[in-house]
Write a protein that binds this ligand. Structure first.
Ligand code: COA
Length: 162
C-alpha cells in the first residue's frame, strides 16, 4: 500500500526543529507532504510562497517529499489529497493539551483522519518560529536553529525593515 502523510503548519519560518520531524517521519511513509497554511491567530513575516520556497531549499535533494499549501480545514485538505495521516511534532508536555485537542477535533470532523505524533529531538525541544524571528530581529545568531536558506532570508527581511 502506498502510504502518504501530511505534515501541516504555518512554518513562519521553517526551522531545524521542523526539519528534524520531517526527516524522521519521511522514513515511515512512501510520500510526505509538507503543507503550509495560514493560522488566523498569527501575522506572518513570510508570505506562503516565500515559506514554501524556503522549505524546498531546506530539504535534501530528491526524495519523496513535496511542499504544498492549503486554505481552510486541514481535514478537508487531507481528504482531498487522499491522505488520512497527519503528522504533528510534540516538543514538550506543554504541547500535549493543545495537540490532543486539535487531534480530537480533527477526528470529530473526519473520523478517518489519524494524527501521529513524533517526539521532537531534544536539541530542538525549546524551538519556536517566533523565537527564531525575535532573535534574528534583535541581531542574535540563529546558527544551528534554522537551515541556511532561512537564515539568509531572515537577514534579508530584517535588513529591509531597518
Ligand atoms: N520544532 C520547532 N518548532 C516547532 C515544532 C518543532 N518540531 N513544532 C511546532 N513548532 C513551533 C511552530 O513553529 C510554531 O511557532 P510559532 O507559534 O512561534 O509560530 C509553534 O511551535 C506552534 O506550532 P503549531 O502548533 O504547529 O502551530 P502552527 O500554527 O504552525 O500549525 C495548524 C497549526 C496550521 C496545523 C492548525 O492551525 C491547522 O490545522 N489549521 C488549519 C485550519 C483547521 O483545520 N483548524 C481546525 C483545527 S482543530
Amino acid at each position: 500500500m502506498n502510504k502518504m502523510a501530511i505534515y501541516p503548519g504555518t512554518f513562519d519560518p521553517f526551522t531545524n526543529g521542523h526539519l528534524d520531524i520531517v526527516l524522521r517521519s519521511v522514513r515511515l511513509f512512501d510520500h510526505l507532504i509538507i503543507a503550509v497554511t495560514t493560522n488566523a491567530k498569527k501575522t506572518p513575516l513570510f508570505s506562503v510562497p516565500e515559506r514554501k520556497e524556503l522549505i524546498r531549499k531546506s530539504l535534501p535533494e530528491g526524495g519523496n517529499i513535496t511542499v504544498e499549501s492549503f486554505d481552510g480545514l486541514l481535514v478537508d485538505y487531507a481528504e482531498k489529497r487522499g491522505s488520512i495521516i497527519v503528522i504533528r511534532g510534540l516538543r514538550a508536555v506543554s504541547d500535549f493539551e493543545y495537540e490532543m485537542q486539535m487531534a480530537l477535533l480533527n477526528r470529530r470532523l473526519k473520523p478517518a483522519v489519524e494524527t501521529i505524533f513524533k517526539m521532537s529531538s531534544e536539541e530542538y525541544s525549546f524551538l519556536t518560529s517566533s523565537a527564531v524571528k525575535e532573535i534574528a530581529l534583535l541581531g542574535g545568531s540563529v546558527d544551528g536553529l534554522v537551515p541556511s536558506a532561512v537564515k539568509a532570508a531572515l537577514a534579508e527581511k530584517f535588513k529591509k525593515h531597518q
